[in-house]
Structures are given as structure tokens and as C-alpha cells.
Ligand binder design. Structure first.
Ligand SMILES: Nc1ncnc2c1ncn2[C@@H]1O[C@H](COP(=O)(O)OP(=O)(O)OP(=O)(O)O)[C@@H](O)[C@H]1O
Ligand SMILES: [Mg+2]
Length: 331
């Protein structure tokens, strides 16, 4: 992936401010903290910043801090030498070394324990670290971008996040605005998602009706851009013809999540049923793969299907599991 693959969309003043800050921050190598509600595009902003920086030819390595058990954080970040602990059969490179020359994106910073915060603080001070069980100090050649959907200042004030770590992170801060405060970006984004997914899934082109535009503008979008993207994709896959993305004029986006395809009754029952089942399968699996970031084994477990049967359905509907991978390796 490179910056040309990233379509970070928005034209509102609030979004333009973000883009301006990203371009300024791309010129230096300091640690950045990205804050914003869930789904506002924190990871996308981090990638964009990386690919605009002088580290653009190095890796961009996203790390979900919440998914790493406390006791393992240090060895995950800094690696370990053989015999460092019972399971350390071999020397293992840490994430800092894997991201050398590039950017380490530490997501969900609010989830790390106070103990793990000490480890991170030490590293951020001078980028020096010691692999677990090793003696020599190493220098990490990474830029750190951290992200959180919780206000870290508040957590620090309550004593749930170390003040010193917060101050170390709080030098360059990028605040991503909620979608509801981005004016007509919601319409712009909806149109771009419609275009993109219609092409990707070979669906007929569609346009937004005026009442749908109103519905988009009035919904509060607690899940922000991710919620919008999911609503559009689901609607494109579940409806047929020119029914419109957000359902009938009276329905709200929330209602659309469950709305049925009115065009179905224009077909014989068996045809309509086959179509509804097929649409349901595709939408269900799409959502499941999105939820599990493309992890088919986990998806199979969650929906109570055998992995092989789920794989067949994924193929049948031409879905590409790679598309759903949350942490695609960059090349
Ligand atoms: N400005 C944007 N233009 C296009 N797509 C966007 C934009 N912002 C977010 N997205 C899309 O919305 C989804 C969520 O974005 P992202 O994962 O970056 O959000 P996040 O803030 O990291 O969410 P979370 O807090 O849940 O981790 C992604 O599919 C991303 O591609
Ligand atoms: Mg994220």
C-alpha cells in the first residue's frame, strides 16, 4: 500500500484542519497522539501521516494494544532472547525491530495497564530498549503514533493513565472530529462509498434520493465513518434496483439496518425467496468478516458453521477475506 491507495475523504473545515495538521506533522519525527471517537478514521489518519513522512518507504505496523496481554507487552514490543522465559525457545524480534525505518502505530492506548505504561514511557523517552532477557541496549528506529478513543487527559486526571506518559504523548495531538460535526462530509463520504462498493461488487450504479440525503444529515452517527460505511455496504448488498440506499423516504438510517426489499414482491415467490436468501447470506457473511477482521476460523465459530462450509459461502459470493483484514501488511 502507498499513499495513492489511501482515499482519506472530506472537505469540511474541520476535516481540512486535520489534513493541514497531518501535513505539518509529516515533516518531523516526533511522537503523535491521535484522539477521536470510534470509527472517525484514526488508523487511516496514522497511515496517511506515515505515507506522507520521510519514513514512507519503511513499514507501517499497527499494534492493537488491547489485544496483547499485559505480561507479554514488553516482549512483543522489544523481542526476547532465547531462554528469557519458559516459552522462549528462540530469539524473537519485537515489533519495534520489525517496524525499523517506519512507523509503529499503537492503537487503543487507553487499554494498557499502568505497568505496561511504564515500559512504554521508558521507550518513548529515548527510543532505547533492551530485549527481554538480553543485556545490550538497542536503539529503536521507529516513529510512534499512538491512538485512543478515550480522552487520555481525563484518564490521567483520574489516575487511570500515567501523567508522565500522557505528557510525553501529548506533544503533537491530532483530534479527529466526529462525523456529525463534519457538515456535508457525510453525504460526500456516502457517495464515495456507494461508487466504490458498487464497482467492487459489480452492482448497478445508484444515486442518493433527497430524503436520503436528509436522513444522512440528521442521523447522529455514533459509530462515525465506519458506521456509515457499513450501512451503505449492507444496503447496497441487501437491496436491488433503484430502491435507494437509505430505504423509503420515511425511514431513518437506523431503521434501514433491518429494512426489507420492497421490490421482492414483484417477483414470483420462489425467485424472491432465493434472492432474499442469497442477499442475506452475502450481507451476513460480509458483516461477520468485517467484525472478525477476516478471521475465517473465528467467524465460523461465532456463527456456528463449519469452517469449510463458511469458506464455500465466502467463495460463492465472491467475497475476498483479504479485504477485511484489519491489519494488512504493507508492501
Ligand atoms: N475520511 C475518511 N475517508 C474514507 N474512509 C474513511 C475515512 N475515515 C474513516 N474511514 C473508513 O472508516 C473505517 C474506520 O476507520 P478507522 O479504522 O481508521 O477508524 P478508527 O478511528 O481507528 O476506529 P476505532 O476507534 O474503532 O479503532 C475504515 O473502513 C476507514 O477506511
Ligand atoms: Mg482504530
Amino acid at each position: 500500500m502507498n499513499v495513492s491507495n489511501l482515499t482519506f475523504i472530506g472537505e469540511s473545515p474541520a476535516f481540512r484542519d486535520v489534513m493541514r495538521s497531518i501535513h505539518q506533522m509529516a515533516h518531523c519525527d516526533a511522537t503523535v497522539l491521535i484522539q477521536g471517537e470510534t470509527g472517525t478514521g484514526k488508523e487511516m489518519a496514522a497511515r496517511y501521516l506515515h505515507y506522507r513522512s520521510k519514513r514512507c518507504n519503511g513499514p507501517f505496523l499497527p499494534v492493537n494494544c488491547g489485544a496483547i496481554p499485559d505480561a507479554l507487552l514488553e516482549s512483543e514490543l522489544f523481542g526476547h532472547v532465547r531462554g528469557a522465559f519458559t516459552d522462549a525457545k528462540d530469539h524473537r524480534q519485537g515489533l519495534v525491530e520489525q517496524a525499523a525505518g517506519g512507523t509503529l502505530f499503537l492503537d487503543e492506548l487507553e487499554t494498557i495497564t499502568l505497568r505496561a505504561q511504564v515500559v512504554l514511557l521508558r521507550f518513548l523517552q529515548d527510543h532505547e530498549y533492551r530485549p527481554v532477557g538480553g543485556f545490550g541496549l538497542k536503539k529503536g528506529d521507529v516513529r510512534v503514533i499512538g491512538a485512543s478513543n478515550t480522552d487520555l487527559a481525563q484518564l490521567a486526571a483520574r489516575g487511570d493513565f500515567r501523567q508522565d506518559l500522557f505528557f510525553r504523548l501529548n506533544v503533537l495531538v491530532l483530534k479527529l472530529p466526529a462525523l456529525r460535526s463534519r457538515g456535508d462530509d457525510v453525504v460526500l463520504l456516502a457517495e464515495r462509498f456507494i461508487d466504490r462498493y458498487s464497482r467492487e461488487y459489480c452492482l448497478p450504479p445508484r444515486k442518493l434520493f433527497p430524503e436520503e440525503v436528509t436522513a444522512l444529515r440528521t442521523h447522529s452517527w455514533p459509530g462515525n465513518v465506519r458506521e456509515l460505511e457499513n450501512v451503505i455496504l449492507r444496503k447496497l448488498l441487501l437491496t436491488e434496483g433503484h430502491m435507494g440506499i437509505m430505504g423509503t423516504p420515511t425511514s431513518s438510517p437506523a431503521a434501514c439496518h433491518q429494512s426489507n426489499d420492497a421490490a421482492l414482491t414483484h417477483k414470483p415467490f420462489h425467485e424472491a425467496k432465493a434472492l432474499a436468501v442469497s442477499n442475506f447470506e452475502k450481507a451476513y457473511i460480509t458483516e461477520l468478516l468485517a467484525r472478525t477482521s477476516g478471521n475465517v476460523s473465528l467467524a465460523a465459530r461465532l456463527c456456528g458453521k463449519e469452517r469449510s462450509r463458511l469458506t464455500k459461502l465466502i467463495k460463492k459470493h465472491g467475497l475476498q477475506r483479504e479485504y477485511f483484514l484489519g491489519t494488512l501488511a504493507d508492501s
